[in-house]
Design a protein around this ligand. Structure first.
Ligand code: ZN
Ligand code: ZN
Ligand code: ZN
Length: 369
């Protein structure tokens, strides 16, 4: 881990040099966690990694949080920590480390209030968003990151295997979701990030959360769930179930088309093909099956320390996939007002194909209810 952090810092410094940027300031969030291992809370006091293009990185932290910061992997590996007291100007402490800098990048998620304070105090600096520069690193997963994603995938698979305990006729979506969220934690996550229980017509809304609707016999139910592990890596997996009875014949018909599409995409995606072509492969299968108008979202998103990150598997993204990229393949078919289905696996590209990190059956499973 520590060697990894050192190499991440070095690669960022190389990217800063290439972009002729003198330094980088990263506030709490997944970028900070990626570069330091520090899962700092975003509070009103300034916590930041300050990284000169050449020179040692410094973790700037409020004095009252220094004990936490010292337990972070970066600090344990020897990264310098500078603290500020309640009455200090924390921004002056941070920018002193980059004195003389002309161009400074900040993480994409820095609060506007922080950036505005920096801009007001340091008028001679040209500010840049660090997004692309950090994304280029973060979307290429190291082996230990892939292992963390595998653990997360196995944990969420265990929850899907237990779905018969949670989806019952007469239970509301919200009641089912509460039980599922508990299971997400019990099966190996530190937190449930989201639980979508889309029963019956609610399954036709891809980002439906939960509602007070009671599950009825014969309902098709879309379950899209994810959580975060101790190391910060995320799971995200969708399966579609029928509860209490076989689903309507129409659902069975389009479900097979959906399954063919998702399988075709998983067979196709590999290093050397573009992100958008993976989307097209699935869309073509669904269109030729007659349901093209009902696949209303992109195929997928990258995943790592965030549930949605690069690379996005969407028309227009000409990024060429490389080994070690992690993303979802999650086509869906949604008939508004009636029902819907989605199949989602997290995959990681290997040298010549991909590994699926979710392995539970992709068949439409009928639960006793
Ligand atoms: Zn989503
Ligand atoms: Zn999902
Ligand atoms: Zn997803």
């Amino acid at each position: 881990m520590t060697a990894d952090l050192a190499s991440r810092i070095q690669r960022v410094q190389g990217a800063l040099a290439d972009a002729t940027i003198d330094g980088l300031i990263v506030t709490p969030g997944s970028d900070l966690r990626y570069l330091t291992g520090y899962d700092a809370k975003a509070l009103e006091r300034l916590t930041a990694l300050v990284l000169p293009q050449a020179g040692d990185p410094v973790l700037v932290v409020p004095a009252l949080e220094v004990a936490e910061a010292k337990r972070s992997p970066a600090a344990l590996a020897g990264m310098d920590i500078v603290t500020h007291e309640e009455t200090d100007d924390a921004y002056a402490v941070a920018t002193a480390i980059l004195s003389g800098a002309g161009r400074v990048a900040v993480d994409d998620h820095m609060w506007a209030q922080r950036l505005l304070t920096l801009q007001a105090a340091y008028v001679d600096v040209t500010w840049r968003a660090a997004g692309r520069l950090l994304t280029d690193l973060r979307m290429r997963k190291a082996p230990d990151e892939v292992a963390s994603l595998q653990h997360a995938g196995a944990a969420i698979d265990r929850v899907h295997r237990r779905m018969g305990e949670f989806l019952k006729v007469g239970r509301t979506e919200r009641e089912a979701a509460t039980l599922i969220a508990d299971a997400i934690v019990a099966e190996g996550h530190v937190a449930a990030d989201f639980v979508i229980v889309g029963s019956g017509p609610n399954g036709a809304s891809p980002h439906h959360g939960v509602s007070e609707r009671e599950i009825e016999s014969g309902d098709t139910v879309v379950i899209d769930i994810g959580g975060s592990t101790q190391e910060g890596y995320r799971s995200d997996c969708t399966r579609t179930y029928a509860v209490g009875a076989e689903p309507p014949a129409e659902v069975t018909e389009y479900y097979e088309i959906l399954r063919d599409a998702q399988r075709a995409q998983c067979d196709y995606a590999r290093p050397g093909v573009t992100a958008e072509s993976v989307d097209r492969v699935g869309r073509t299968v669904i269109r030729e099956g007659g349901f093209g108008d009902y696949f209303v979202h992109r195929t997928g998103h990258g995943i790592g320390l965030e549930t949605h990150e690069e690379p996005y598997i969407v028309e227009g993204n000409q990024l060429v996939l490389e080994a070690g990229m992690a993303f979802s393949i999650e086509p869906g078919i949604y008939l508004p007002g009636r029902h819907g289905a989605r199949i989602e696996d997290i995959v990681v590209t290997t040298d010549d194909g991909l590994d699926r990190l979710n392995t539970t059956t992709r068949a439409l499973t009928v639960l006793a209810g």
